[in-house]
Ligand binder design. Structure first.
Ligand SMILES: CC/C=C\C/C=C\C/C=C\CCCC(=O)SCCNC(=O)CCNC(=O)[C@H](O)C(C)(C)COP(=O)(O)OP(=O)(O)OC[C@H]1O[C@@H](n2cnc3c(N)ncnc32)[C@H](O)[C@@H]1OP(=O)(O)O
Ligand SMILES: Cc1cc2nc3c(=O)[nH]c(=O)nc-3n(C[C@H](O)[C@H](O)[C@H](O)COP(=O)(O)OP(=O)(O)OC[C@H]3O[C@@H](n4cnc5c(N)ncnc54)[C@H](O)[C@@H]3O)c2cc1C
Length: 647
């Protein structure tokens, strides 16, 4: 029934202050009030309706996205939500909160602007950022090519310095050098930060960033030498098809020398390459920035799915009726709890580890300003590893939430198929998850190999300083509640990670060619990297469900024995019983509006069945009782069969 809270009985079970938890989830009271205000504004604005996406064709879908993005920008300005331009991140997130589907603005604010901020000189920032902030130009991040994405050093686009004219000539020498994938590129962006091989006097200086105008600011047509378009439909129906991921080729396009991003390296008027003594990897800085953002995004995406699955699990009843009484809520089944509650915990864990990663990223950014590069390897390893870990867990978690909702989870009106289709490329973009874990593994093996030189590991590898102790470690857990002691859990995760890293390092040492060994042992190295990254999350937040899931590692590395593993599982069941009365309240704390969730199963009021039934009839297929095509194709067949039967 309308207006009745079918989940009130669940909300009354909460054993904590939901309003306080809303502040914790938002990060601060100010952030809560801002996000609450924006979400309600969006929910009440018909321009931001989401229920029509599945029925729109690609062109209408895209046009509608442009309309939403333009309206969102206008509303951000009207409502004075646009903070000081220096505080850019909220800009990007405010717009994303309004548009709430992939759009060119993601890459304008999320990559084009940060690339200029991070790799542009002060003069270049003063010239280009005001144009970008006012959206007088629209930018994208054009790095990936048809032939190379993971291997940035393999990019083929060239930027050849012409000393006669003081210009770079940007060119696509091969088909595989075509820029391919950049979001916002296909139909909207007027400019791009293009990553290309810097060539001076025949010498290749590797990949650098260049600001290139792509389209006229008058008629939006591609400039001379530029061929540009969309790469075509992607996974899912609406999903990422609201984004114009593009293809771009250059035919000897000339740009002024001062459009090479020159904070890290410079080219003088005379054509001299100057590389101040900073790590060349600073050219990758934008990717590091986005990877840490993606960890925060993971907690949002996973919490949306968990909110839907938790509320529906509390509404859904199946089996268990006695004497005509109510059937059992599926959330009370231990199997449902063992699948759902670890995801509920993960959403919170990723939210908090994302805060920690933002601190780490901010710290390394400040240090870089002071030419202190000491924590750059740690920042790269943590952003790469946590981006990989959280996006894999979130993509798998959204699919698990669909399954937790049974058949109705497969309906578009559950919100889960769209959420999954929009989310899963996160395992690939901003770095393929395996490639990134291999970067972490390199960092770990290097750390272990340097221990013998007296090099003291710091940051998230500090536990390696206690290697002797960790290699002797065996848990002294004797009863289930021992697993509630944070230090007991932490030591087990440290020992597991240390032993897996050392085992890899020892096996690598058997190879005369280290690179060959690394390739041969890559699968083991990835597992060791996962163990290390899970330790980072655990040391910042949570554990037991991970320990249970990876029990094989803990037992095979001798950290715990099977009995202790079963005690952990026993403790996990006890914890599920403690979570159960708080489950609905814990997802209420995300403070998501029904509009934002876009899910009938996840409705705040739990009024699922009437709304599911109502929604079905809105499907265009129900516009007619006899569907188009039936009389044309099926009825003749039926009649023919009937005639044959009478013969
Ligand atoms: C507000 C909105 C927020 C976000 C936007 C919204 C949504 C996002 C949606 C879509 C965005 C998607 C955009 C993209 O996908 S952009 C393209 C992304 N592409 C990649 O991520 C490419 C992945 N590949 C790489 O990063 C590199 O190729 C590599 C795998 C790291 C290898 O690089 P390479 O130069 O060959 O280096 P190595 O030889 O492996 O290592 C040499 C040395 O360098 C160190 N290193 C590597 N990378 C970094 C780094 N980023 N920072 C610091 N140091 C780095 C590496 O550890 C090694 O060090 P040693 O000490 O061992 O020598
Ligand atoms: C939705 C979406 C949006 C995107 N937006 C942008 C954008 O705005 N700008 C941009 O520049 N790019 C963008 N990209 C491109 C994206 O960054 C790349 O696709 C990503 O970096 C992966 O690279 P790849 O496609 O070359 O994968 P590949 O590296 O070809 O991966 C294929 C397989 O090879 C494996 N592999 C590759 N190298 C190794 C190795 N050394 N060892 C072991 N296994 C390996 C991978 O693990 C994977 O299983 C986007 C991509 C998507 C899907």
């Amino acid at each position: 029934m309308e207006g009745v809270d079918h989940l009130a009985f669940e909300r009354n079970k909460a054993q904590f202050d939901v309003d306080e938890m809303k502040i914790v989830w938002a990060g601060s009271r100010e952030d809560f009030e801002l996000s609450d205000r924006i979400s309600r504004l969006v929910a009440s604005d018909p321009v931001f309706r989401k229920d029509d996406r599945a029925a729109l064709g690609r062109k209408e879908l895209f046009k509608n996205t442009l309309r939403k993005a333009a309206h969102a920008w206008k509303r951000v300005i009207e409502l004075r939500l646009s903070g000081e331009f220096s505080a850019l991140e909220p800009e990007a997130y405010k717009l994303r909160a309004f548009v709430d589907q992939p759009a060119f603005t993601d890459l304008h604010w999320g990559m084009f602007v940060p690339a200029i901020q991070g790799q542009g000189t002060d003069e270049q920032q003063q010239k280009w950022l005001p144009l970008a902030y006012r959206m007088q130009i629209i930018g994208c991040y054009a790095q990936t090519e048809l032939g190379h994405g993971s291997n940035v050093q393999g990019l083929e686009t060239t930027a050849t310095f012409d000393p006669k004219t003081d210009e770079f000539v940007i060119h696509s020498p091969t088909l595989t050098s075509s820029k391919w994938w950049p979001g916002g590129l296909g139909k909207v962006s007027t400019h791009a930060v293009v990553y290309a091989r810097l060539i001076i006097d025949g010498q290749d200086y590797g990949v650098h960033g260049f600001i290139v105008q792509l389209r006229s600011l008058d008629d939006h047509l591609p400039l001379p030498g530029i061929t540009i378009g969309d790469i075509g439909m992607k996974f899912g129906n609406a999903a990422y098809n609201t984004m114009d991921n593009g293809v771009l080729t250059f035919d000897h396009v000339r740009i002024p020398r001062n459009q090479m991003l020159m904070r890290v390296s410079q080219v003088t008027r005379e054509g001299k390459y100057v590389h101040s003594n900073v790590p060349r990897q600073l050219v990758y800085g934008t990717m590091v920035y986005v990877r840490q953002k993606i960890v925060a995004d993971a907690s949002v995406a996973l919490s949306r799915a968990v909110c839907i699955a938790t509320r529906y699990s509390a509404v859904r009843r199946q089996f268990g009726s006695h004497n005509g009484g109510l059937e059992t809520q599926v959330i009370d089944y231990k199997t449902q709890q063992s699948r759902l509650f670890p995801l509920l915990a993960s959403a919170y864990a990723f939210r908090f580890v994302g805060e920690w990663l933002l601190w780490l990223y901010t710290d390394v950014t400040e240090r870089l300003k002071a030419k202190d590069f000491s924590t750059l390897p740690e920042a790269h390893a943590c952003t790469a590893g946590l981006k990989s870990l959280t996006t894999t867990a979130t993509a798998d978690g959204i699919e698990e939430c669909r399954k937790l909702c049974g058949g109705h989870g497969y309906l578009c009106s559950s919100g889960l198929p769209e959420l999954f289709a929009v989310y899963v490329p996160a395992c690939t973009y901003e770095g393929d998850n395996i490639v990134l874990l291999l970067q972490v593994a390199r960092h770990l093996v290097k750390t272990v190999s340097q221990l013998s030189t007296g090099n003291k590991p710091v940051g998230t590898t500090a536990y390696m300083a206690r290697l002797e102790q960790l290699l002797q470690y065996h848990s002294d857990v004797k009863k289930a509640e021992d697993w509630l002691k944070p230090n007991v859990v932490l030591e087990a995760f440290e020992a597991r990670a240390a032993r897996m890293c050392v085992a890899c390092a020892q096996n690598l040492s058997k190879f005369s060619n280290p690179e060959e060994g690394f390739q041969e042992l890559a699968a083991d190295l990835v597992e060791a990297a996962v163990a290390h990254c899970q330790l980072i999350v655990v040391s910042n937040v949570y554990a037991l469900s991970l320990l249970h899931k990876h029990l094989g590692d803990f037992i095979s590395t001798g950290c715990i024995d099977p009995k202790q593993g079963s005690l952990a599982n026993e403790q996990l069941r006890n914890l599920y019983s403690q979570v159960r009365p708080n489950a609905v309240a814990l997802v209420d704390a995300y403070n998501y509006t029904d509009h934002y969730l876009g899910s009938i199963l996840g409705r705040y009021d739990g009024n699922v069945y009437p709304k599911l039934y109502e929604e079905a009839w809105k499907d265009p297929l129900n516009d007619s009782i006899v569907p188009d095509g039936f009389k044309e194709y099926i009825q003749p067949l039926l009649k023919q069969q009937l005639r044959n039967a009478r013969l």
